[in-house]
Every structure is written in C-alpha cells, then in structure tokens.
Design a protein around this ligand. Structure first.
Ligand code: SF4
Length: 114
C-alpha cells in the first residue's frame, strides 16, 4: 500500500493506493494527483536568483508550469549560476525553457534599481 497527501487544496486528504483501489480522496482532483504522482511526479519550482543593482540581493522566481520532480535539483543548480540586472518586472522571463521542459522561470515580483 502507498500513501499520499494530496496537495491540490488545503484539505490535504490522505489518500491510499492498493492495487487498483484509490481511497481517501474527497474529490476527483485527488485521484488525478495520485495517478500523476505514481506515473511522473511534477512540481512548481520556486527559488531565488542573484540580482545586481537592486534593492535586495536576491530575486524570488518560480516556474510558470510544473517541472518533473527528478529534474528539480538540476534546475536549481542552473539557477544558482544565474544573475540578472535590476529593474525586473513581475512575470519577466528569467530563464527560458529550462532543461528543455517547455517551462520558463519567471520573476515572482518586480524589483527596482537601487
Ligand atoms: S482530494 Fe480533493 S478535497 Fe482532498 S485535498 Fe485533494 S483536492 Fe482537496
């Protein structure tokens, strides 16, 4: 038996999977989430990158879609070497098509020049 906590909404249903039987989900999204997790787990990536000449040293960024879980570490390594220059607007693309996933890394907030 495998257990999952559904992260699709704040209720956080505990879902168990045994063979074909999926139990504990209060809605269909929980079933879809578990099936996705078993097949190809994905996550939205959130982190920070260096920013020059800005009011803060780091800029919060996130992926504009979900990235396969096994690629998250590799993505973080790439982003650790990225440095952008202020000003940046919320939603600006910071890194395009990371690891050919079709997902872009975008700024989570605007940041002015210092
Ligand atoms: S199964 Fe449905 S109700 Fe339960 S946490 Fe997931 S999305 Fe929310």
């Amino acid at each position: 038996m495998r257990k999952f906590i559904c992260i699709q909404c704040p209720l956080g249903c505990e879902i168990t999977v045994e063979g074909e039987k999926i139990e504990g989900n209060r809605c269909v999204r929980g079933k879809e989430y578990v099936m996705q997790e078993m097949k190809n787990p994905k996550r939205v990536l959130t982190t920070t990158v260096f920013i020059e000449n800005a009011i803060h040293p780091m800029l919060p960024v996130r992926s504009n879609g979900e990235v396969p879980k096994e690629l998250l570490k590799e993505c973080m390594k790439i982003l650790a070497g990225v440095k952008v220059k202020a000003p940046v607007k919320k939603g600006d693309v910071i890194y395009k098509n990371i690891l050919n996933t079709g997902v872009d890394i975008i700024a989570s907030r605007s940041m002015e020049r210092k």
